[in-house]
Design a protein around this ligand. Structure first.
Ligand code: BGC
Length: 242
């Protein structure tokens, strides 16, 4: 099936048509920048621009950086409070003129990695963490997703752990890759003590630069970078649109 996948992030919306049978992106992705926080109307207009860019008339899948229950947006920590309670499917269907399905962005990335990437064939407990503007999580057992896990909001020193080790924190605090990986290790060690995963996949923009930081990560569990790199968000969003 051909589905337009749109990944909403703190710095922009990225989209591309995807063949969901193969996980292949059918065209180069199109990005529309936004700033966080971002009003719903602005992000909706950006999604509309992406659909128009591809002259898209078919189904659309959207990965959203917050909890999505059914079609309702329950949280949007990095986009702002104006999103809470909105019917996201309605907002984005209107903006794109296409039928829309929506899921949490990290769940979307997890779906893609489990079907086509680093988690392919993994039958045990797999935890995927995305490190970008915030920290997202997706948890799988025997290949089945437990949705909306929000492990980026586990408390560390009185704050959401994403304020300690998201990729955006590395840039903001000018941390070296080693310092950042040290922070990530503290977080992943906590998670492995709670979930005992067989594998941890780290996705988001940092996955493409894994040679810079992976060597500094110290955990008991095998940690691997997302195989689809940052593309997992778009491909997974398309899978969610099936
Ligand atoms: C949100 C998650 C999201 C993650 C990555 C967090 O702040 O609460 O829902 O998956 O950021 O975008």
């Amino acid at each position: 099936m051909k589905i337009l996948g749109i990944d909403i992030g703190g710095s922009g919306l990225k989209g591309a048509p995807v063949d969901t049978a193969t996980g292949r992106q059918l065209a180069e992705r199109h990005k529309v920048e936004i700033e966080s926080p971002c009003a719903p109307a602005k992000a909706a207009a950006a999604a509309g621009e992406i659909a128009r860019h591809f002259n898209w008339k078919g189904p659309v899948g959207i990965g959203f950086p917050g909890v999505v229950c059914g079609s309702t947006i329950m949280t949007a920590s990095n986009l702002g409070e104006s999103w809470i309670g909105l019917d996201g499917v309605k907002v984005f269907s209107k903006a794109t003129g296409c039928p829309v399905k929506m899921v949490n962005d990290a769940d979307a990335a997890g779906l893609a990695e489990m079907r086509f990437g680093a988690g392919k064939g993994q039958k045990g407990t797999v935890l995927l963490i995305t490190a970008g503007t915030g920290i997202g999580s997706a948890l799988f057992y025997r290949g089945v997703l437990f949705p909306n896990t929000e492990f980026g909001h586990i408390q560390y020193r009185g704050k959401s752990v994403e304020k300690f080790c998201a990729a955006s924190v590395r840039k903001k605090k000018n941390l070296s890759w080693e310092e950042w990986a040290g922070r990530l290790s503290i977080y992943l060690t906590t998670m492995e003590g709670l979930l005992w995963p067989d594998m941890i996949i780290v996705g988001g923009g940092v996955s493409a630069k894994h040679d810079k930081w992976m060597k500094f990560v110290k955990t008991r569990t095998k940690v691997v970078p997302a195989k689809l790199f940052n593309g997992a968000g778009i491909i997974g969003a398309a899978l969610a649109g099936e």
